[in-house]
Design a protein around this ligand. Sequence first.
Ligand code: ZN
Length: 502
Amino acid sequence: MNKTEKRVKELRDILDKLSNFNYTTSLIHWDLETGAPKEGIQKAATVLGFYSELTYNLLTDEKLIEHIDFLGKNLEELTEIDRKLVIETKKDIDRIKRIPVSEYKEYNELLSKSQAVWGEARAENDYEKFKPYLQKIVDYNKKYAEYKGYSGNPYNALIDDFEPGMTVKQLDIFFEGLRKELVPFIEKISNSKVEISNELLKKSYSVEKQKELSIFIAEYLGFDFDRGILKESLHPFTMGLNKHDVRITTHYHENFLQSALFGTIHEAGHAIYEQNIGDNIWKTVLGGGNSMGIHESQSRFYENLITRTKEFWKPIYSKLVDYFPENLKDTSLDEFYNAINMVEKSLIRIEADELTYSLHIMIRYEIEKGLINGEISLDDLPSIWNKKMKDYLGIMPKTDSEGVLQDVHWAAGLFGYFPSYALGSANASQIMNSLEKVLDVKKTLENQELDKIKGFLEEKIHKYGRLKDPNEIMLIATGEEPNSKYYTNYLIKKYSKIYNIE
Ligand code: ZN
């Protein structure tokens, strides 16, 4: 074994340790979200703090930094996988090493508590209860941006954690494009003579039956239940421990079929991605999904481009009716299709339709940018939220629970994450455009050959995990870098047809 090989081996040993810590903390988070009693958080927060300190110490250990420095200078001697391991670990080290350990640990404890407080504040419609926690989280994120360093806008430092290389400058252009195309188009839809209702989805749908349906549909899409489970949580999410253990949650509403159904599909999209990471990298830190914009492209792809089509439901619509004959036996597939594609200016992001969705994201993007730049104070946050809702969507929440308190992200410290949702939707349209060049997608869906679609995604995206950069993935999958025109074109074409707009 030469010097370089020895270093690589030692590096891999340290990364294995880190991955074991991650595994443990992820399981604790999973438990907190899906079953642990409310008061259990007290000890759990301490244990999470303990592990975050171990992680911190391991990542800032001199030995590791020496390995990374040495290997960083000898990248050309390494395999593609080891090269990427070095590059990504260096980024992790740089991200963390300037933060004092006490602050890092304190912050992680704060986050586990703040999510519980957020849950209560939302249930009680009490923004003031959450505000002091949010203030600490915002303050930490501002400091973090300074520790990490950035060029231009401090918010860039946070965006970069989820979407490497992405900047406020690029996002301003991206969202401006969406605003210019979509705000007037949504206005046209509001004035359209075509009337679509989704009342049929708001009848009473047995939660037990919905659970069976969720399992059926996840499996039908390609989620492997031998390597995954489906549970319930307040906010649906996916946790990929590794490709052999990928967990998803959904949230059932008796009086809104759409919520759990498309929530499950969305998370299944994330999970299918995680389950199909390449065997050559699954044990390494590259063995998870890529940037959030790529991850979200996979969930949106299934949620919108696959399952909000008539062709997807055609072969299985009678099965859906069988689950809920009392509600659906007199409903045609066309009516169902229209109902799941109804455009409605609504208050809650996760229940928003495909078309208005990105405007919800735009609001959060603008607010985060303002908070991190110190242009928005937390005292004004609820009223700023409400005003933006009015400006972009023409409606205003009556309570903070259905306004500024609706999302868990800020309580979880996820500043810089929201833009990925809109980027993901845009990427999904671009990926569909390229899939359609090699496959008759409509026919594939009618023939129930979902495997062919999964195969394409696996080959072009999933198997690479974090081995490639997000832009490289888009190049491999579509032949060009991310371009939002596919997204707006797709939306306008689809909804012009549904709403009969010239
Ligand atoms: Zn998602």
